[in-house]
Design a protein around this ligand. Structure first.
Ligand SMILES: [Mg+2]
Length: 266
């Protein structure tokens, strides 16, 4: 399968899963980033291979995109995706480590993913392990002070095994990131904190893959990839609309949304 077709399958599963629960727009925003990482960049022979690269979903509310990706990867049974958010299901609204193969850390309390990744990368360096760490953060999440404390430490420690990815869709829970607490000039901010930076179209799989292939961008520095994205990408009704941070997909819209992602006239 091509990366394009994998991303399409993941998007369709994300739509179907969100008959229950919210955050479908946040999940759709991250699908191409996950596809480029899991199916091109990351060394990931199995969920428990000690030498595997690690992925941390700091924006844990996009859990459905991670589960659908793990299903495409074959780490979880795709038929279980229908149990997303069902009572007793391990596929919770935020990922829980130990319950789902391939979930490295329990996340969703925003602002903590990078700090946890710094700790994991420091431990790996101490043990002379060479696997890489990829951590995906939302842009609203960058308003948290812990992110910048972690950024300082990652640079000071020279942790070039870390690549942070910013899913920069300019929306967060209650509005535009640019209006609530702007975190623009992201590349300059990270550069000032001692990181090596790149900026890409977060829905261009070729650009994403080519940029991930260059990580670390500079030896001795952590890398950050600022991915410009669109909330709800793939379904016109959802794209860049704050409401889809919260809405479930109504049953009578599921088929039309899936057809649209397939490129058919709804
Ligand atoms: Mg956002």
């Amino acid at each position: 399968m091509t990366l394009d077709s994998i991303a399409r399958e993941i998007r369709k599963d994300v739509v179907r899963m969100h008959r229950r629960g919210s955050n479908v727009g946040s999940a759709m925003s991250a699908v191409d980033i996950l596809t480029a990482l899991y199916f091109d960049r990351m060394h990931l022979p199995s969920p428990d291979d000690p030498a595997r690269d690690r992925f941390i979903l700091s924006k844990g509310h996009a859990a459905a995109a991670l589960y659908a990706t793990l299903a495409q990867k074959g780490f979880i049974d795709r038929s279980t995706l229908t149990q997303f958010l069902a009572d007793g299901s391990p596929l919770m609204g935020h990922p829980c480590a130990g319950l789902v193969p391939g979930v490295e850390l329990s996340t969703g309390s925003l602002g903590h993913g990078l700090a946890l990744t710094v700790g994991m990368a420091l431990a790996a360096a101490h043990d002379d392990e060479t696997h890489r760490f990829f951590v995906l953060m939302g842009d609203g999440e960058l308003q948290e002070g812990t992110v910048w404390e972690a950024a300082i430490q990652a640079a000071r420690l020279g942790l070039d095994s870390i690549t942070a990815v910013i899913d920069a869709n300019d929306l967060q829970g209650y509005g535009r990131v640019g209006e609530i607490q702007p975190v623009e000039t992201l590349a300059r901010r990270f550069d000032a904190f001692g990181w090596a930076t790149a900026e890409v179209d977060g829905h261009d799989l070729t650009q994403l893959s080519e940029t991930f292939a260059r990580t670390p961008f500079e030896p001795g520095k952590p890398s950050v990839l600022i991915a410009r994205t669109v909330l709800g990408k793939g379904v016109a009704e959802m794209e860049d609309r704050l409401g889809w941070h919260y809405f479930s997909v109504p049953e009578d819209k599921v088929d039309a949304f899936v057809s649209e992602i397939d490129g058919e006239t709804p």
